[in-house]
Design a protein. Structure first.
Length: 147
């Protein structure tokens, strides 16, 4: 049986504040007095509140997630590269979704589609074929920003 998720509405009610105030405190934006902030955080902790990243992404338009398509995640080379990417992503308070292309164009295309459907904020691709890969060709399109 799935445990019921504590909502921000429940936190606000128990803390005696509006949903907007609880949202500002738990989202760490806008103003809330020190005592109010402490009360909301204490109630959230007591109830086991966890923010809903999907809901936040719908509101902000950002998932704070980077997608990575690696050629072969079992390779020591890719393991080291993924570790470095992970360290950098986590240092910025973001998350990372990793997929494996097995160095095939079909799996690379499927992984790209999957990550875009998950609304990642950025995509790092190790293309399996730099000449014919759809991901590589896409970099020429103006709506993509490549670093």
């Amino acid at each position: 049986m799935k445990a019921a998720k504590v909502t921000i509405v429940e936190v606000a009610a128990k803390a005696g504040v509006s949903v907007a105030t609880a949202s500002r405190v738990l989202g760490n934006y806008g103003y809330a007095g020190a005592k109010t902030r402490e009360r909301v955080e204490a109630v959230a902790s007591e109830l086991g509140y966890r923010p809903n990243k999907l809901a936040r992404g719908l509101i902000t338009g950002q998932t704070r997630t980077i997608g990575v398509i690696a050629g072969d995640i079992s390779s020591p080379f890719y393991a080291a590269v993924l570790r470095g990417i992970s360290d950098g992503v986590e240092a910025r308070g973001m998350s990372m979704l990793i997929t494996n292309s097995d160095e095939t164009v079909a799996r690379e295309i499927a992984a790209t589609k999957l990550l875009r459907e998950n609304q990642v904020d950025g995509l790092i691709v190790s293309p399996c074929d730099v000449m014919d890969s759809p991901t590589s060709k896409r970099r020429l399109q103006p709506e993509y920003r490549w670093c």
